[in-house]
Write a protein that binds this ligand. Structure first.
Ligand code: ACO
Ligand code: ZN
Length: 281
């Protein structure tokens, strides 16, 4: 884990205008040199093309016809959709997405080779189009069993529960694949907080649902969370007891209380029936 001051390269961007939101860049991102150090970089929120001035963005917007991310809409429920975008087919869009997301991700080298990845982009719809909220990338084939490479909620939409929806969606894809999955390491501080919160919620949910004891295998099978991630979560929460020669997962009052608070805040959960998806071959 890194602190915000240990940046690998000096931050080269100031403010970004994305749609109607203005945000501050957090980290270095390899936008072309002539776009760096401007007071503000203007980004088309649909095609993610970038411009040095509002005039140029406005001119672009009169010609840009995109109203949602490119690729296939594989999920829609309420005003939330997910689009699946193949890095190889939508190279320049995906490179623009990587440039933008690098502004908020520092802990790992971002891959400029977008071809080996699929991008799962979450949008919220209004009368103007499907607006990008966040995304995760996923290797088409992961030797390590990772189901997420990079995950991001755009800063203007953070702390509203969207990160949890992205994570939930990534595990729904793993369930369709019939695999267990885990995010690529290392996780950022924010990534770790969000994943721990998700794992905890899912495990507690199953413990509450099941009348009998539930095994580690069964939790893994039903959530697509790996045994390792389940064990670490339970250990961190002191939920593992050694009883009659066996390790037992048991609920504590503290964990239960935390769970009820989280549930009360939950606004949106993925509806598995609204997912129309087959693993890409
Ligand atoms: N402080 C404390 N807890 C937090 C914070 C925070 N800043 N952010 C998230 N959490 C925890 C909380 O438990 C939160 O639940 P709560 O709001 O009910 O308390 C839970 O995570 C989920 O929060 P969300 O609102 O669903 O998550 P968000 O939409 O903010 O997205 C994400 C989380 C994607 C990690 C976001 O912070 C982000 O994009 N960060 C920058 C990029 C990044 O670090 N990505 C992860 C890299 S690791 C990887 O890519 C595999
Ligand atoms: Zn555009």
């Amino acid at each position: 884990t890194q602190s915000h001051s240990e940046i690998s390269r000096v931050k080269n961007l100031n403010k970004l205008q994305i749609g109607k939101n203005e945000v501050e860049a957090w980290y270095f991102s390899p936008y072309p040199a002539e776009y760096a150090h401007l007071p503000k970089l203007f980004i088309c929120e649909f095609c993610l093309q970038f411009y040095p001035s509002l005039t140029q963005l406005t001119r672009h917007r009169t010609k840009c016809t995109l109203q949602h991310p490119p690729g296939n809409e594989i999920y829609r429920s309420g005003n939330i959709s997910f689009f699946e975008i193949d890095g190889r087919r939508q190279r320049s869009w995906c490179r623009n997405l990587c440039l933008l997301s690098k502004c908020f991700l520092d802990h790992k080298t971002l891959y400029y080779d977008v071809d080996p990845f699929m991008y799962y982009c979450m949008t919220v719809k209004d009368e103007y189009g499907d607006h990008l909220i966040g995304y995760f990338s996923k290797e088409k084939e992961s030797a390590e069993g990772y189901n997420v490479a990079c995950i991001l909620t755009l800063p203007q939409h953070q702390r509203k529960g969207y990160g949890k929806v992205l994570i939930e969606f990534s595990y729904e894809l793993s369930k369709v694949e019939g695999k267990l999955g885990s995010p690529e390491k290392p996780l950022s501080d924010l990534g770790l907080l969000s994943y721990r919160a998700y794992w905890q919620e899912k495990i507690v949910e199953l413990l509450l649902e099941s009348e009998d004891e539930i095994s580690l295998d069964e939790i893994a099978h039903r959530t697509a969370i790996t045994h390792g991630d389940i064990m670490h979560t339970c250990q961190a929460l002191q939920m593992i007891k050694y009883y009659k020669g066996q390790h037992i997962i048991h609920l504590t009052d503290a964990v239960l209380e935390q769970y009820q608070k989280t549930r009360a805040k939950t606004k949106y959960t993925i509806d598995p029936d609204a997912l129309k998806w087959k693993p890409p071959v």
